[in-house]
Design a protein around this ligand. Sequence first.
Ligand code: ZN
Length: 144
Amino acid sequence: MDALLAVAVAEARAGLASGGIPIGAALVGPDGSVWGRGHNRRVQDGDPSAHGETSAFRAAGRRRSYRGTTMVTTLSPCWYCSGLIRQFGITSVLIGECRTFSGGHDWLAENGVSVRILDDPECVSLMTDFIAARPELWFEDIGE
Ligand SMILES: [Zn+2]
């Protein structure tokens, strides 16, 4: 597995282990170092805005520029997180999979963000197993 994706997957597994939704992310600096990492915390914090990407972004703290950074995420970023990526000028997005949920990655690519989708089987099984086990949690805020 891609080494950066492995960081996001470890976050997704930590989220699952603490009773949450298994989506993890990391914000990686231009030099390849991890600035921040995190996972979806909707269940743990009772906060529907605590997505994997926003958790990783907040963990990275204040930065002068996001040029050259990569948002690594186990799942295609939702509209809210896609907006965050564009708002702060994050250069690239590395996505574990977009089979179980398709968010804003096409829109990001159309607007100049470099998008890479790995179609990673571990990321797919994390979500399909979770949706099968806890459909009420997944469909709570997916907007369907
Ligand atoms: Zn999101």
